[in-house]
Write a protein that binds this ligand. Structure first.
Ligand SMILES: Cc1ncc(COP(=O)(O)O)c(C=O)c1O
Length: 394
């Protein structure tokens, strides 16, 4: 039996307490977006978006074209910042449907908002040329695509505003990052409450301890204290909520965040995620939501998405078998007429994101694959979208 059989394989990485004693290195400072002169830390991705729009002075009251498949907090943030929204189609390769975007243009449209789904790149060259030609700004949502590239081009390097949710990719209590072209002024943000930072850092450490003892007392204790932990979190501001808490919009990242970044070697993160993705893809390709044969050069995915039937039940069974997963974006938003977008409704109800993060090794990934195959043996998954000539990853 490998160690991977004993521990809980969490959907996100955790923070081993021992790593807090390590000195780490400044390697993270040498990679995009931290190399950009106009970049700044924020509390989260949504704060990065809000601050970035102010920085480029995108006219308030103008219309932003937004994709029909989205998380929800980016939509709430755009509305809170004073923009009108118009939705455009995403095709079955999870790519921006530029023909539909073109139809949605009018004189009030000031920007096109794109999301790099699952950390995989949209066609940046074509899209940024389109925006230039139409005289509109490009907003790149890299919440899921920190450290990802399209070939040699970093995702986030083409947008007039690009937002990152760094804490989704590496172990941080919170932390977004904003990069803008020609910022007129730096964002005026204040440090978040210390209690918030301590609470969420302790949570990352506790999850590590919990994952090491999946079926033990710590895990039971963890589940029993759900309400207590939620009650404590409600007393402060926290990152990662599914609704927008406007109180967070004035916060930058704590000074602890750049220190914790030292524990991450970005090149190793990229290497592991790519290797884990490739291994899982070789085992679960028939269930994959992604119409790609291989992972495109430069892409650094955050998750491995598969189609499952009865997502909540499947997820609960997978959890019982010691594997975490992420149920991204299952809820529609009142601002979007969901029924109009056939594929979106299907994606929301059937796509489950599997972990491929940097703390998993090959044995762990094999175990994830085995558990999925075990659970799907009796159920037939919905057919993946038809493959097309242009892959979602480039
Ligand atoms: C596509 C997308 N954009 C923006 C956000 C907001 O990021 P954050 O949670 O860091 O505020 C999220 C969060 O999940 C997201 O998935």
């Amino acid at each position: 039996m490998t160690s991977s059989h004993k521990r809980f394989l969490s959907a996100y990485f955790t923070l081993p307490p021992i790593s807090l004693c390590a000195r780490g290195s400044d390697a993270w400072k040498q990679v995009f977006p931290f190399t950009e002169p106009g970049g700044a830390w924020t509390f989260s991705g949504r704060v990065a978006l809000f601050a970035g729009l102010r920085q480029i002075q995108l006219p308030v009251g103008s219309t932003v074209l937004v994709p029909s498949y989205f998380q929800g907090t980016e939509i709430d943030t755009l509305i809170a910042a004073g923009y009108k929204l118009r939705f455009y189609a995403i095709d079955d390769n999870f790519e921006v449907d530029l023909a539909d975007v073109e139809q949605k243009l009018d004189d009030n449209v000031s920007a096109l908002y794109i999301i790099h789904y699952f950390g995989l790149p949209q066609r940046l060259g074509v899209i940024s040329a389109f925006c230039q030609q139409k005289g509109i700004r490009l907003i790149e949502d890299c919440a899921l695509s920190f450290l990802s590239k399209e070939g040699d081009t970093w995702l986030g390097s083409r947008g007039d505003v690009s937002l990152f949710s760094i804490y989704k990719s590496v172990a941080l209590p919170h932390g977004g990052y904003v990069v803008t072209k020609n910022p007129t002024q730096p964002p005026e943000l204040q440090s978040p409450p210390l209690f918030s930072t301590l609470l969420q850092t302790a949570d990352l450490v506790a999850q590590h301890v919990r994952s090491a003892s999946a079926h033990g007392i710590i895990n039971r204790l963890w589940n029993r204290t759900n309400d207590l932990r939620k009650g404590i979190a409600d007393k402060t501001v926290v990152s990662g909520t599914i609704t927008l808490d406007q109180k967070t919009l004035c916060y930058s990242a704590s000074k602890v965040v750049p220190r914790l970044m030292r524990l991450n070697d970005p090149h190793w993160v990229i290497e592991r995620r790519r290797a884990n993705f490739a291994l899982l893809h070789s085992r679960l390709r028939h269930l994959s939501a992604l119409p790609v044969e291989t992972l495109a050069e430069g892409a650094c995915p955050l998750f491995y998405p598969i189609y499952v039937e009865n997502k909540p039940r499947f997820r609960a069974e997978l959890m019982r078998r010691g594997v975490g997963s992420v149920n991204l974006w299952s809820q529609p938003h009142s601002a979007s007429p969901c029924e109009k977008w056939g594929s979106v409704a299907k994606w929301r109800s059937t796509i489950l994101e599997l972990p491929i993060h940097q703390q998993l090794d090959g044995d762990d990934v094999e175990r994830v694959a085995r558990e999925i195959l075990h659970l799907t043996r009796r159920t037939s998954a919905p057919k993946p979208a038809a493959k097309s000539a242009v892959s979602a990853a480039g």
